[in-house]
Design a protein around this ligand. Structure first.
Ligand code: GLA
Length: 413
């Protein structure tokens, strides 16, 4: 009989610990098996956060149908902090969050939602509020006691610090605190987190901040924020690092923050196909029908939530027309046609002529051997790969087809 469990049971916890060695440092493994869905305050509200905003956003998430479409996290970004007390415990700004974070988390949980919070690996956050440095274990215990479910951890004011070990410290702190908290790494891709963060966090930002534009870059001195295509074009080599529990994060969504409907849909479709977290960044309380419709397109959301967890890739490029493809479970595929440019594209796409192949997973859309039925996920048009596709794509528009092999269809000669 093995004596060790018995020792543990009779309460000799230290002896038990000494006999089995230190616990292996780890993250909470079962979280984010598919990319997280939620909302974050930063893109639309910056520092204007309050418990009223969070409560109203949670209500809007329910009323708009977003919760039904699987959005779960309501995340407070920077500027929620009041300071640290004499014992070093972090507390929220009492003016903005008079009821405290625990009460807020409880009210979200009662609605079937989860609460996210923000901090930073440095001494101060990007907004100049107290960061986690030197308080990692204490803060993690506070977040766990409050009932926090998601922590976005930023990288401002970290001169001289090592990213991999700093984030590993916070991972260990969260694990030691015992509450499963999704750990969202936000160091903007500066230290190649895709190479080390799969064992540390559940997602990592791959670029600097997003901006609600199609293809712009807005300079801020030492850094610049990036439009949709600028972020998309930086993802190619990162594909192989993404998978269940550890995702490339292309930053929070700008749907509903000023781009056109076609641009919003293309942005949303691409982020889902790339298995990025889908964290809405608009004001959910006053959404137009068009924005709500975009954010709650469950068939598009299902592409990112597919259990295979394989990020899309650029399969073909012909001038401003690009074809993006994503293998799905059960030999299905998502294939998107993107018009990057400024003029409407009219094109006939012959599935037989352009087979799509994925070297990473050894899967192919081989319409020459197999027939697929398709559904376009914005218009719900249907068809078959036996016929060429007639495409009309306005500027900055996307159309996305879900392909399913026809049951019992014989391979073509
Ligand atoms: C950084 C992050 C943003 C946001 C702000 C808050 O810029 O990348 O997403 O969290 O800080 O100050």
């Amino acid at each position: 009989m093995n004596a060790r469990p018995l020792l543990c049971v009779v309460g000799l916890a230290m002896a038990c610990f000494a006999a089995s060695g230190p616990a292996k440092a780890q993250k909470f493994d079962q979280l984010a098996q598919t990319p997280p869905l939620g909302w974050n305050s930063w893109n639309r509200f910056a520092c204007n956060v309050s418990e009223q905003l969070i409560r109203e956003t949670a209500d809007a998430m329910v009323a708009s149908g977003m919760r039904e479409a699987d959005y779960q996290y309501v995340n407070i970004d920077d500027c929620w902090q009041g300071g640290r007390d004499a014992q070093g415990n972090i507390y929220p700004d009492p003016r903005r969050f008079p009821s405290g974070i625990k009460a807020l988390a409880d009210s979200l949980h009662a609605k079937g939602l989860k609460l996210g919070i923000y901090s930073d690996a440095g001494e101060k956050t990007c907004g100049g509020f107290p960061g986690g440095r030197g308080h990692e274990f204490q803060d993690a215990r506070t977040y766990a006691a409050w009932g926090v479910d998601y922590l976005k951890y930023d990288w401002c004011n970290t001169e001289g610090m090592n990213a991999a070990s700093s984030y590993a410290t916070m991972r260990d702190a969260l694990h030691a605190a015992g509450r499963p908290i999704l750990f969202s790494i936000c160091e903007w891709g500066e230290n190649k987190p895709w190479e080390w963060a799969a064992r540390v966090g559940h997602s990592w930002r791959t670029t600097g901040d997003i901006f609600p534009c199609w293809n712009c870059e807005v300079g801020h001195g030492t850094w610049s924020s990036l439009g949709v295509l600028r972020i998309l074009d930086r993802q190619g080599p990162l594909r192989k690092y993404s998978g269940p529990g550890h995702w490339n994060d292309m930053d929070m969504l700008e749907v509903g923050n000023g781009m056109g409907e076609d641009e919003d849909r293309a942005h949303f479709t691409l982020w889902s196909m790339m298995d990025s977290p889908l964290i809405a960044g608009n004001d959910l309380r006053g959404m137009s029908d068009s924005v709500r419709h975009t954010l709650t397109n469950r068939e598009v959301i299902a592409l990112g939530q597919d259990p295979l967890g394989v990020q899309a890739f650029r399969a073909l490029a012909d001038g401003d027309l690009e074809v993006w493809a994503k293998p799905l479970a059960n030999d299905e595929w998502a294939v998107a046609f993107l018009n990057r440019g400024e003029v409407t594209l009219r094109n006939s796409y012959d599935w037989l002529r352009y087979p799509i192949g994925d070297g990473q997973t050894n899967r192919n859309v081989d319409a020459g051997r197999l027939e697929y039925h398709w559904t376009e996920l914005w218009t719900h048009a249907t068809g078959s790969t036996a016929h060429a596709l007639e495409l009309t794509l306005p500027p900055h528009a996307i159309s996305v087809y879900r392909l399913a092999p026809v049951a019992g269809a014989k391979a073509r000669p």
